[in-house]
Design a protein around this ligand. Structure first.
Ligand code: ATP
Ligand code: MG
Length: 367
């Protein structure tokens, strides 16, 4: 069996706590003969600042570059609130994304049947929800130049951010979206604002052109503001939703909150496919380091474990193992297991490691 080189970067706050559960799952996958890994570990974020004076060392970056995939916990926390901007914990993560060319951010928004409680209206809206948001991650207004604040002659200021997209940047993210749609229900919605932005005009034009290679996939163009409204009004109309960096940032948070807790949501950031057919990839939960609950055993490990499932699926082609892991999570939730963030009022939640154990039990049961 192929052994995959996996770099674990637990990071800060609850990062190491949820990563510990992933390590247990990796052990179980190995024992069941479902997947084999060569594990390496390194520091990122605040923990790297404490050890090395910067949030990502060159050695850690080289290790990340050499790995088949990276699993990251979370970075940051109040302890490092006063470090210089250039070496803040988040700068380590941004450098990883930039230097590895991770341009495609995949954020599934899935609503587990066991968690679709609440009013009948909410149930109808979100039960069975399964959207994949594909956000362009390395271009657009967050990176375009000029990006500056200048002082005008009258002493007031002027701030400039610039949205830049090239044909090549849009093409590659569109391919990611259409390829994914093929493996799902075959529908892509593309969100931009061609009515007021030139980059939106190009976005729509290029996505339409790329679509010509995917006659089996349907494409719908939607204005980003309308898309935000539709996500709240009737979210299940979407399958794959592709959009730029800025709109993706906002729309993926909207979609995330339809599903319940931040502690449930995984993500993947993918680079370009190289000559050997492989691609750089980093998998991490959508949530942050959650300093308010760190060290208490309250953290929900499902987002981190789901990130491992995405890694099995997208980096290693181990779809069967990923399905087994995903369904172990679904069954664990159906059995009533709840960490504090998803527990109903008045019920007794279980701890981070008890949730990890429960998922592993279900995994072993099914495998
Ligand atoms: P960042 O800036 O790093 O994204 P943030 O402040 O935006 O951090 P989080 O750290 O994700 O947000 O935390 C937001 C809230 O969600 C907190 O109250 C936190 O306790 C809760 N939360 C986040 N992740 C989890 C988890 N895995 N399990 C339980 N609760 C969580
Ligand atoms: Mg956040």
């Amino acid at each position: 069996m192929t052994s995959y080189k996996l770099l674990l970067l637990p990071g800060d706050g609850i990062g190491p706590e949820v990563m510990a559960e992933v390590e247990k799952v990796i052990g179980a996958l190995d024992a069941l003969g479902l997947a084999r890994f060569e594990i390496e570990r390194d520091l990122v974020g605040g923990s790297a600042i404490d050890a090395h004076g910067k949030p990502l060392t060159d050695e850690a970056l080289a290790r990340a570059d050499a790995a088949d995939a990276i699993l990251l916990g979370a970075v940051g926390g109040p302890k490092w609130a006063d470090v210089a901007y250039e070496i803040r914990p988040e700068a380590g993560l941004l450098r990883l994304r930039k230097d590895l060319g991770l341009f495609a951010n995949l954020r599934p928004a899935i609503c587990y049947p066991a968690l679709a409680d609440g009013s009948a209206l909410k149930r109808e809206l979100v039960e069975g929800l399964d959207i994949m948001i594909v956000r362009e991650l390395t271009g657009g207004v967050y990176f375009g130049e000029p990006k500056e604040i200048t002082t005008l002659p009258d002493g007031s200021k002027r701030a400039v951010d610039t949205q830049v997209y090239t044909t090549a940047e849009i093409e590659r993210i569109a391919h990611v979206a259409f390829d994914l749609a093929r493996k799902r229900s075959g529908r892509v919605a593309s969100a931009e604002k061609h009515n007021v932005m030139k980059s939106g005009v190009l976005w729509k034009e290029v996505v339409t052109k790329v679509h010509a290679d995917y006659s089996d996939v349907t494409l719908e163009h939607v204005l980003a503001d309308n898309c935000a409204m539709q996500l709240v009004r009737r979210p299940k109309q979407y399958d794959v939703l592709v959009t730029d960096n800025l709109f993706g940032d906002v729309l993926s948070d909207v979609a995330a909150m339809l599903t319940g807790s931040l502690g449930m949501l995984p993500s993947a950031s993918l680079g370009a496919v190289d000559a050997k057919g492989s691609r750089k990839a980093l998998y991490e939960p959508v949530h942050g380091s959650a300093p308010d609950i760190a060290g208490k055993g309250y953290a929900n490990p499902i987002a981190m474990i789901g990130s491992l499932a995405m890694c099995l699926r997208y980096s290693f082609g181990l779809g069967e193992a990923a399905d087994l892991l995903d369904s172990a999570v679904t069954r664990t939730l159906a059995s009533g297991a709840r960490t504090r963030d998803i527990a109903a009022e008045g019920t007794t939640p279980i701890s981070t490691s008890e949730m990890g154990d429960a998922i592993i039990r279900e995994l072993k049961h099914a495998a």
